[in-house]
Design a protein around this ligand. Structure first.
Ligand code: GDP
Length: 139
């Protein structure tokens, strides 16, 4: 069910620092099941398309450059109340404001290079999952 799924990326700062294993362990330990997963690298065009909703924000160019700067892990995750529970698990956008024990508090280096993405609504979770995975890969 779409309402029980969210979409995440482990971002370039975290893959570069070998945090993939630690972050996936936190995700599994919090009760999320991995539905689909992919290790890949976005082109600037792809990162620009993914973050199209942020086009008018002042940091859009920086965000696109950063998200295409290195490999990422994209995944669809499943759990009751997935979107909200995952946002709680990752913590605030700015790691200095993230709660203790959250993924961003532990692994993020800055508001821009903040280790993980988490969808902010069921609708965006479906759109973002579909961006990376075909119907055959979303079982
Ligand atoms: P999120 O939903 O917590 O990921 O936060 P937003 O939707 O507000 O922003 C999307 C992404 O843009 C964040 O996860 C950051 O990677 C990046 N971002 C947010 N604020 C800033 C900023 O002030 N500067 C830069 N360079 N990037 C930012």
């Amino acid at each position: 069910m779409a309402t029980n799924r969210t979409f995440t990326m482990i971002k370039p700062d975290a893959t570069e620092k070998n945090y993939i294993g630690g972050i996936l362990k936190m995700i599994n330990d919090a009760g999320f099941r991995i539905v689909s997963m992919k290790y890949t690298k976005l082109t600037k065009e792809q990162a620009g398309a993914f973050y199209e909703v942020h086009k008018e924000r002042p940091f859009y160019g920086e965000l696109v450059d950063y998200m295409s700067s290195g490999p990422i892990v994209a995944a669809i995750l499943e759990k009751d109340n997935a979107v909200a529970d995952f946002r709680t698990l990752i913590g605030a956008t700015d790691p200095t404001k993230a709660a203790e024990g959250t993924i961003r508090k532990i692994y993020a280096e800055s508001i821009a290079a903040n280790a993980v993405h988490g969808s902010d609504s069921d609708e965006n979770a479906a759109i973002e999952g579909n961006f990376f995975f075909s119907a055959l890969e979303r079982f």
